[in-house]
Design a protein around this ligand. Sequence first.
Ligand code: AMP
Length: 359
Amino acid sequence: MINEVAPGATIGILGGGQLGRMLCLAAARLGYRTHIYCPDVGAPASLVASCTTVASYEDPVALAAFAQSVDVATFEFENIPAHALELIQRAAPVRPPPQTLRVTQDRLAEKSLCQDLGIPTAPFAPVSSSDDCPGAIAATGLPAILKTRRLGYDGKGQRLVRSASDLESAWMDLGAGDCILEGFVDFAHEISVVIARGPSGTVATYDIPENLHRDGILRESRVPSAVGGATRETARDIAHRLVAALGYIGVGAVEMFATKDGTVLVNEIAPRVHNSGHWTIDACATDQFEQHIRAICGLPLGSTARAFDIVMTNLIGSDVNEWRSYLDDPLTKLHLYGKSEVRAGRKMGHVTKLSVIAG
Ligand code: AMP
């Protein structure tokens, strides 16, 4: 029996970035209060939350007090230490469950889960010492990408490896820690499945966007994507199997590569609402943020039906200075995250260009 967390309750959110901000806004529409926990003063989510605790993710006293003050807890950022979530779980349910993070925080565990489920990925091998290098290259072929197993995001902690002699220096360059070497995938499209799963196992997915990255950062998501129906079905099936295997609760995203021959390979699982789902705010009956709140509170999932074709573009760094020009188009929706300092590579906002679906 799943207890519903009813409106009026307080939802705790670890992390104070734009994802937390959009979760707070969705929660407020449903009548919930929100409590942000993050290490920074004046974070984007704090500007719209009911209250904020500013403390370290390693502070057990602050974490315990936060846990006492919330009815359910979630996170907007996958690098929260899993032990912090386990501590919170002693006082309040944490959704997605902390064990999900133990898998998704480690690229090797994530890819091994796919392998166990028979889900294709790029060929991969662990690299934790110089001795691992020759065997890893034999497993992945060249070119390959060396990635840190933990704490990488937006293309950080990655090096392209073109020759066997590159690998050891790339590994040293990344700090000579636990890494994973992946074969380079000559993909035709990058896509993602944004998927919601409720506590009783009900699942809903959104239309699949095609994602364009530059310098490892998402630039643009488009729906409909150029990938065919069979590829989309394969991608959806993979996402369903992964969330079921993880016992996932909430909205998450599975980032994938689609090759020219229609093979779908999993690149990464994001255990949280996702940048490639921001367009759902303006184009769908229920956006990913409301869907996450519904899922973690044990409420029925909403329809993911889409009313517009869309192109979502991130405003990165100084792109945000052009904000006024987007408003000249009445079908472009502007979202700004309230970040006062513009920095290169920093996600400052996004715009969603809507097109009325013909017919
Ligand atoms: P990640 O941090 O793993 O999501 O990687 C960031 C971006 O690097 C991806 O969105 C891809 O564009 C690219 N990338 C990552 N892994 C691979 C791979 N094995 N083959 C080709 N491109 C990759």
